[in-house]
Design a protein around this ligand. Structure first.
Ligand code: AMP
Ligand code: MG
Length: 519
């Protein structure tokens, strides 16, 4: 079997919905369509850096398909397979709280939707494959640094059990891209790369918003019906019932998504409505980051350093705000406003339940009881005051022997020994309350349970940065090792250097503790 035989295309999105098929690539508004044709712009010297065998397998690709030269050509955008009809999606969005008008895929080009042997639909999308009608003043390209971050993190999130788009491949283009990484007026040439992202669909909240904003209501209905038929075919009933259950499900999935982010300590960094998947997937990995020292106010995104709109602790609120924007966009075609209101109310209920379930799991509490909120708020406050590493803390807490409570079990979660010594009495007091709450619990069973929801390995910000710096020198070893570790994030066996807390040098380093949107 070759690459050509393995992939079967069924390009439903462009078949069912109108597009601008002019093939013209100049930046422009494209009214009354959901997409525009956009051929990838070839690159100089495509070279496969890394791929995800699990994603290849999902698509029905074998190792030999991936190692063939044709693979790097196709997934860098230099060649098309039969059945591929490349396009860029039109969407708008609210960015940092303001309506931004038409955005669209400015550097993402979908190659087509494959249907695998199990009948699953997987859309293939190149990120960084060149100009589209939505590129505005930008270049349609992506640098290795941000592409590597997207590749590694989306796979890491998948293995953590968090809903996400996937990544098939990361390909170096052999071309350079000019970027002002620190926005300080010093643009540098950086190596370019193309990631092939994979998801059932890349439809966003903003795909609906743009049509409502422009009064294209017939098309809005068509997009809704397409989404229902293609991606929510399990919903049945009359039009009104289907609409209601669909919006409710979007709200529920979005609640689940942010609860999962909170569980693993992920901060998306740019929760604009154009980056919100209608399927409830983590979408568009940019200046994301992982909580290291616990701080709900932390954001990795330097553009958001002042406002902190998208900080860790506010992600749940922002998710709701984004759903309200979606509801607003749908209002003119909703069978009844009450269906939207009920969906949003369902978000609130799902979020509350989800957070309780998630926190009860993280702390090994079993069920959620009266008083747990206070107990947890208390330790979170202590953690924040004392610079305690979130990931390390929960693995330490899981080790606690409730018959012989020793605060030393938490010591390695502190960034400074002095802090630990200063705060130990407070933590010891909290542990006493915690053990009371646990009651007679089987230590071993609790450890095992907690270790299933509290990762040992997360893609720490400084590790991704080290992998990037090595990759830029041509050394992919750390990339491979991180991808390998990401496959079993809850296991204990990881090499110490892949689970170590952030070292001091990374505390304020660009790329390791703060990221710009430049990518
Ligand atoms: P993001 O902040 O990555 O979600 O991007 C917001 C919008 O800017 C989207 O429409 C992107 O497609 C577009 N965009 C970001 N970077 C580029 C680029 N290098 N070339 C073209 N469009 C871009
Ligand atoms: Mg985006």
């Amino acid at each position: 079997m070759s690459l050509i035989d393995a992939l079967h295309f069924d390009n439903a999105f462009i078949r069912e919905l109108p597009g601008d098929e002019s093939g013209k690539m100049h930046s422009r508004q494209t009214p009354n369509v959901c997409w525009a044709s956009a051929l990838p712009t070839p690159v100089s010297l495509p070279r496969l850096l890394v791929y995800a065998p699990e994603v290849a397998a999902l698509l029905g690709l074998q190792a030999q398909d991936v190692s063939a030269d044709a693979f790097a050509q196709v997934f860098a955008g230099n060649a098309l397979l039969p059945g591929m009809v490349p396009y860029a999606m039109r969407y708008g969005g609210h960015q940092f709280g303001n309506w931004a008008g038409q955005l669209g895929d400015g550097r993402a080009i979908s190659l087509g939707e494959t249907v695998n042997a199990r009948g699953e639909r997987w859309e293939l999308q190149l990120k960084g494959a060149g100009l589209t009608p939505y590129s505005r003043r930008a270049d349609g390209r992506a640098v290795l640094r941000s592409s590597l971050r997207e590749f590694l993190c989306s796979e890491a999130m998948f293995h953590l059990g968090v809903p996400t788009t996937r990544a098939l491949s990361l390909i170096a283009t052999g071309d350079v891209v000019l970027r002002d990484m620190l926005y300080d007026g010093n643009p540098q040439h950086e190596p370019g790369a193309v990631v092939c992202r994979v998801a059932p669909s890349f439809i966003r909240f903003g795909s609906f918003e743009i049509l409502a904003a422009h009064g294209e209501l017939e098309l809005l209905k068509r997009l809704l019906n397409f989404t229902l038929a293609t991606h929510f075919s399990h919903l049945s009933g009359d039009a009104s019932h289907r609409f209601g259950t669909w919006f409710r499900e979007v709200c529920e999935r979005t609640a689940y998504l942010v609860v999962e982010w909170m569980r693993v300590g992920f901060v998306h960094g740019v929760m604009n409505t154009d980056n919100m998947s209608i399927l409830g997937l983590t979408l568009d990995y940019g200046p994301y980051g992982w909580i290291e020292d616990f701080d709900p106010g932390w954001t990795p995104n330097t553009t958001d350093a002042e406002m902190r709109r998208y900080c860790y602790g506010d992600q749940t609120n922002v998710a709701r705000w984004n759903l309200q924007r979606l509801a607003q966009a749908l209002a003119s075609i909703a069978p009844a406003q009450s269906l939207l209101d009920e969906g949003l109310a369902h978000f609130d209920a799902s979020l509350q339940q989800g957070m309780q379930r998630m926190l009860a799991g993280k702390f090994g509490l079993g069920d959620w009881q009266e008083g747990d909120a206070e107990l947890i708020a208390n330790i979170f406050q202590l953690m924040q005051q004392s610079e305690v590493d979130m990931t390390e803390f929960f693995r330490c807490l899981a080790q606690l022997d409730t018959r012989a409570v020793q605060v030393e079990v938490l010591a390695s979660a502190f960034y400074s020994e002095a802090q630990f010594n200063q705060q130990r009495a407070h933590f010891a007091a909290w542990l006493t309350r915690y053990v009371q709450r646990l009651g007679a619990s089987d230590n071993e069973a609790r450890t095992a349970r907690m270790n299933q929801v509290n990762p040992r390995f997360v893609l720490r910000n400084y590790l991704a940065q080290q992998a990037i710096e090595a990759a830029q020198q041509g050394d992919l070893n750390l990339v491979y090792r991180l991808l390998e570790a990401a496959r079993t994030p809850y296991a204990d066996h990881h090499p110490v250097e892949l689970i170590a807390k952030r070292p001091d040098w990374a505390r304020h380093k660009a790329g390791a503790s703060m990221l710009s949107c430049s990518s």
